[in-house]
Design a protein around this ligand. Structure first.
Ligand code: SF4
Ligand code: SF4
Length: 332
């Protein structure tokens, strides 16, 4: 049986309004929200994905990606189905664009997820793979016992949650990676079927919270690879957020995408160009999938973490640079 949702309110004629994300879907009886994971049954909103993870795995925290939070540790990662975006480039589209229909998904209680993380020796739980906003009630019910058992809570998100949702999540959130997909509103409308400004507002809010924050941008040839747009994006992070916010530049692989299989893969030189744009804009920590994965101390230049892919090859620090003592990493 699906759980009744918490963040919604009732409208006339058995309609409801979901208050979880900036779509604020008004849903008539018998219909689902934009994300396909919430349904109005008889004038009440139900969350279809509560307790029904599609995928649970143990990943390096670097894969989220988070490079400055508990480096070198593993994180119990789970995702359900549904998403409040419809990105043509989505690589998890088989779950993100699903309503769960036809999936055999045994119920997993929040406490059993926390126990699994503890048994596996993971210091954190990541809500990832699909958009955690769409299963916020389930995530929150895991985040509470996770916190009381000393585990950290990590969201990997598109940043489209409402203020109501963030008010509930923020006190339990330890780290978040948000996709900032483009500075062009038209990209969000065309590629994701959403608006851009709520993502920018949430980034500004989260950077003032206690949660550690990192940002990822996927560079898609012809869609989000213009040096001018990337410059504006990097300057937004520098000027409106914090120049020390780590920025991850990722490369597009068309063969795994939902609707953009005819697009080109991102060339290495485009990624290098984005890296240069980020550094020139004044970002302290810029990473990419090809050449720039190490963490350098911005004060004295010491290589404090040497990485290859998701693997840490050398890690000489305890949160601070061994050369000059600058704080670089959040150890939780
Ligand atoms: S989470 Fe967002 S997309 Fe899903 S029903 Fe609620 S408002 Fe709509
Ligand atoms: S790329 Fe992310 S935000 Fe976009 S549809 Fe896929 S899961 Fe949702």
């Amino acid at each position: 049986m699906p759980e009744e949702a918490k963040l919604y309110h009732v409208l006339p004629d058995k309609a409801v309004q979901c208050d979880l994300c900036h779509h604020f879907c008004r849903i008539r009886a018998g219909r689902s929200g934009f994300c396909r994971a919430r349904i109005n049954r008889g004038g009440k909103l139900f969350t279809l994905s509560y307790g029904r993870p599609v995928s649970i795995g143990i990943d390096p925290v670097e894969k989220k990606p988070l490079y400055h939070f508990l480096p070198g540790t593993r994180t119990l990662s789970l995702g359900t189905f549904g998403c409040n975006f419809r990105c043509g480039n989505c690589q998890n589209w088989e779950i993100s664009q699903s309503s769960g229909e036809g999936m055999e998904l045994p119920f997993r209680s929040p406490d059993s997820i926390v126990q699994e993380a503890l048994d596996a020796g993971c210091p954190s739980i990541s809500y990832t793979y699909n958009e955690p906003t769409t299963f916020a009630e389930y995530a929150l019910d895991i985040m509470k016992p996770a916190r009381s058992n000393g585990l950290k809570n990590i969201w990997v998100s598109n940043g489209y949650m409402s203020d109501h949702c963030l008010n509930a999540v923020e006190p339990l959130l330890d780290a978040i990676n948000i996709d900032l997909k483009s500075m062009a509103e038209s990209f969000y409308r065309r590629i994701c079927s959403t608006l851009q400004h709520p993502v920018l507002s949430n980034l500004k809010r989260l950077v003032r919270s206690n949660a550690h924050i990192e940002i990822t941008t996927l560079v898609i040839p012809g869609f989000s690879d213009s040096p001018e747009m990337l410059r504006r994006l990097a300057e937004f992070i520098v000027n409106e957020l914090d120049p020390e916010t780590p920025w991850h530049i990722s490369a597009f692989a068309p063969e795994f995408s939902w609707k953009m299989t005819d697009s080109d893969a991102t060339p290495a030189e485009t990624i290098e160009c984005a890296f240069e744009v980020g550094k020139k804009a004044g970002l302290t920590y810029v990473y990419d999938a090809f050449n720039h994965q190490d963490t350098f101390c911005p004060q004295c230049g010491t290589v404090v973490i040497h990485r290859s892919g998701y693997t840490i090859l050398r890690h000489d620090m305890n949160g601070c640079c061994p050369g000059c003592g600058k704080t670089i990493i959040t150890l939780g």
